[in-house]
Design a protein around this ligand. Structure first.
Ligand code: SPD
Length: 386
């Protein structure tokens, strides 16, 4: 059974100019001539939109299509981790209108006033989204006022199966795929073909906590100690830390990785395009993987709110959401897009996850500021301690 975490309806948003037309009043005495500027139209916003998103996270041509249709020039920059986006938002004056935080961070960002509520009347295509996904997001955004899903996927183990089988030299694959990156029995063998970890405390610690049977979003210092003790045993086997590991996996620098299923799927496609015969895949560990939902949000000081709303509405069109799934191998939670998704994408269980596996997965939660600090300390100690 396919679970889309994602309704139908298409409506094009028409941004209407609300400029007030001055009517001459009949029989009024002629006013004395005064130099005055014309009253600005209510939505006379400069035709610019500044977006800050993750790399490899938008189909080619989508920004250009929006620019062509609207005449709005998009400046598109990227960040690699939630921590980097958080630092930018906290520093203020980001210069960005739209940002794409994971819900794990967005909760605190909303509570801290770093993001502003959206005007839903300007986003007609919100009706295309799966109410089930929006319900999950209320954990971070209680009334679904600030966040719109960009895409969701999960943190898991990705492998170059061809290289991993060779490096294991006849040792069978573990039942639980997390063993490949956390159990020294396997990492000692896979270090020869390269193990890669996402370079972020809030990616690695939750996965490590989950692996040792603790709450992935624990706020308990003892749990971090246990996770770092486990991680210390495999540190020497980890070759690289990176949040942009698509080419590392596609190019053969890493054969096993803690990564995002969508990116691992992109790596698989890229390797094929480059002529590789190796099988690269995102795995579904028996104990479950960690779901994340990246969400579109508007910064508190966005200078181009109308343009931001227009872009969000554009992104939520079924054809654009389907393009995102088809080209970027991420699920957008857009139900109206489902019948436009290619069969090979719709049948990929790492993009459209079955309900029974979904039930095993760890839903996204959030960390207190203190916990985030403890996480960062634990992670930095782990990384240094080779
Ligand atoms: N290539 C873009 C990947 C975006 C991943 N966001 C992941 C957040 C996970 N916590």
């Amino acid at each position: 059974m396919k679970y889309t975490l994602c309704s139908v309806a298409v409506a094009a948003l028409v941004l209407t100019a609300c400029g007030k037309k001055e009517e001459p009043v009949a029989a009024a005495p002629a006013p004395a001539p005064v130099a005055s500027a014309p009253a600005p139209a209510a939505n006379a916003e400069e035709k610019v939109l500044n977006i800050y998103n993750w790399p490899d996270y938008i189909p080619e041509g989508m920004v250009a299509a929006f620019e062509k249709e609207t005449g709005i020039k998009v400046n598109y920059d990227t960040f690699e981790t939630n921590e980097a986006l958080q630092a930018k938002l906290v520093a203020g004056n980001t210069g960005y209108d739209i940002v794409v935080p994971g819900t794990v961070f967005a909760k605190g960002q909303i509570e801290g006033g770093l993001l502003q509520p959206l005007d839903k009347s300007k986003i007609k295509n919100l009706a295309n989204l799966d109410p089930a996904l929006l319900a999950v997001m209320t954990k971070a955004d209680p009334e679904n006022k600030h966040l719109v899903p960009w895409a969701w996927s999960f943190t898991t183990v990705g492998i170059n199966k061809t290289k991993v089988e060779k490096a294991l030299g006849g040792m069978p694959m573990p039942e639980n795929a997390w063993d490949l990156v956390f159990n020294p029995k396997y990492t000692a063998k896979l270090k020869s073909c390269g193990i890669a970890y996402l370079d972020s405390p809030t990616e690695i610690l939750p996965a490590a906590l989950h692996y040792i049977g603790k709450d992935a979003y624990s706020n308990n210092a003892e749990d971090y100690k246990a996770a770092t003790a486990m991680l210390a045993k495999v540190r020497k086997d980890v070759r690289l830390f990176s949040a942009t590991m698509i080419d590392d996996i596609a190019g053969g620098k890493a054969c096993a990785a803690i990564g995002w299923a969508g990116d691992i799927n992109i790596a698989a496609g890229r390797a094929k395009d480059n002529g590789s015969k190796d099988v690269i895949e995102a795995l579904l560990p028996s104990t479950g993987a960690l779901i994340f939902i990246d969400s579109i949000a508007m910064t508190k000081d966005a200078k181009h709110p109308n343009n931001a709303h227009a872009f969000i509405d554009f992104y939520l069109r079924p054809e654009n959401a389907a393009q995102m799934a088809n080209e970027m191998t991420y699920n957008t939670g857009n139900k109206a897009a489902v019948d436009k998704v290619k069969p090979e994408i719709a049948s990929n269980k790492t993009i459209f996850v079955d309900a029974d596996y979904l039930a095993k997965m760890v839903p996204p939660s959030s960390f207190s500021n203190e916990a985030r600090e403890a996480l960062a300390n634990a992670y930095n100690a782990f990384k240094k301690g080779k």
